[in-house]
Design a protein around this ligand. Sequence first.
Ligand SMILES: Nc1ncnc2c1ncn2[C@@H]1O[C@H](COP(=O)(O)OP(=O)(O)OP(=O)(O)O)[C@@H](O)[C@H]1O
Ligand SMILES: [Mg+2]
Length: 240
Amino acid sequence: RIQDRLAAVGRLASAVAHEIRNPLTSIAGSAHMLVSIPALADEHRQLFRIIVRESERLNQILSEFLDYSRERQYNFTPTDLVCLLEETLTLLPNRSAAPQRGVVITTDLSVPVAPTFADGDKLRQVIWNLCDNALRAMPQGGELRVALQRDSDFWVITVADSGRGISPESIENIFEPFQSGFPGGTGLGLAIVYQIVQAHSGHIAVLSAPGQGTEFTLHLRCLDPGEIPAAAPALAAATH
Ligand SMILES: Nc1ncnc2c1ncn2[C@@H]1O[C@H](COP(=O)(O)OP(=O)(O)OP(=O)(O)O)[C@@H](O)[C@H]1O
Ligand SMILES: [Mg+2]
């Protein structure tokens, strides 16, 4: 019942987000045209620029929210976490908008291959969101450490940074949407992470204190070679 109610609230929220879009587009478009009036005093032009900038920002929040609240389609296949982590971490220095001056990225993958049953694209997003936050928490530089090891039936991935850390009050609702403490952040990164991890029947936890860095720990069930469907011969071969 609680699930049903939450789903209804979610649908309502996304309907509202949708409805706000059209008038917002008109506001932004009009303000955009007003900015270019030649006779405008500088201070007035500045005010119109603020309207343009803030409506763009609002539009971005709506897009991200709609992206968050839409039903996600999952495509589960046997996936190697070692490969997935290596790929994601290779892209990180080039693609992340977060500051990374003076950041050392270390990886400690204790096994050559780590099969699990997952939607690879969604898990890449999980790792990406965690690493992006870690970089944002270390504007002055530091260490981002990503590790993978096995603990009985689970793969345990840790993403740890030496950044500013998180206060106990913020930790309480850190996986809820729109909880942001980063400048310009929307606060959806970890809410999406949580959704995806849930869909994988996994588990995520966070350990942090202000000034002490932060460590996220992700548990995902191992896929044993015997369980690999015949449709995944490449991965099956890699694990033997
Ligand atoms: N590694 C971290 N170190 C310090 N604080 C963190 C870390 N990860 C998350 N946080 C805190 O949790 C908040 C929520 O993170 P989340 O990724 O959900 O949102 P965001 O990064 O602010 O925005 P978005 O990811 O949507 O761009 C952050 O704003 C930050 O205050
Ligand atoms: Mg984030």
